[in-house]
Write a protein that binds this ligand. Sequence first.
Ligand code: AHM
Ligand code: MG
Length: 354
Amino acid sequence: MSTTKKAVQHSQPTGSALPGNRIITLDEFIIRSEKDFDYATGELTGLLRDIGVAAKIINREVNKAGLVNILGVADSGENQSGDIQQKLDVYANDKLVECLQNSGECCAIASEEDEGIINVPAVGSKQSHYIVMFDPLDGSSNIDVNVSVGTIFAIYRRKSDPSGPATIADFLQPGSKQVAAGYVLYGTSTILVYTTGRGVNGFTLDPSIGEFCLSHRNMRIPNSGSTYSVNQGYYSKFDLEMRRYIDHCSDQNYGLRYIGSMVSDIHRILIHGGIFLYPATRKYPKGKLRLLYECNPLSMIVEQAGGKAINTQLKRILEMVPTELHQRGTIAIGSPDMVDELKAFIERYSALPI
Ligand code: AHM
Ligand code: MG
């Protein structure tokens, strides 16, 4: 096991402009990229656009969260105009469902907020080939204290016959079958990062023009980093191998960075390198994070940027075959050298039959 700190290479944002300072908006980028796919029908393009629109609406509400009391929301939960004030995660969920339903570009939706799948009625004669899964507002317990939150999404091609309704089997596909995945981070600025399996690009929202503009082209995760990200408050509840690895991080003087909002932690790691861990605890013996809504899409992004994502049984996250919609799992994700280093600790200290 290596005991020396590895050199950190940082990926750099490339600026929102093309040579000649021409700004590329998310819509333009999506349309241009469609030409890369031989089978492109415009559906995927439409879906990514719908998600971009929903993200702008959610962003507007998230930004107002701190003003809720000033804007007249009574304790009863009703605002001055008599509308019932919704919790932001419910609001974000409704907006995403609404935007996706209106266009009919997908045939069904599953959300971390909803128990079952939602079939989307066909719009006109459109027969959609895609399903969408999302966590509408991840880390929403952080909103009260003004900490960044995010939306995570994943798009799959349906397996069932497009002439009928989507089925649960369409959703229980391994993450390796994702055709696109991404997240929106409502942070100091709002950024949408996505991949369609050909690299990762990030688009920062310019509020003055209301457009997501290409700001991080072809994002690459550094091979290693100098921080680790885990809820260390649960240290005594972790398995031995995880405690040994955390001790190692501390011995190496790695900094501990944990926001408690996975999108924010992963975004930092994507840019500066590092590792994010959510192992089993006594409260969550199978891990806390949801395979379909959180682990799979973020693993696709990180792998596409050159990183790795495994669970604490050392299985690649994207190869896990889900058995239920709200399945939870453990995760170790981030810079490839750091994930490999963790893997060596697990092999050495765990009781796993390896
Ligand atoms: P949520 O989907 O209910 O918001 O939970 C997911 C969040 C992640 O964003 C974050 O990494 C994790 O829960 C934090 O959990 P903990 O407070 O146990 O560290
Ligand atoms: Mg979540």
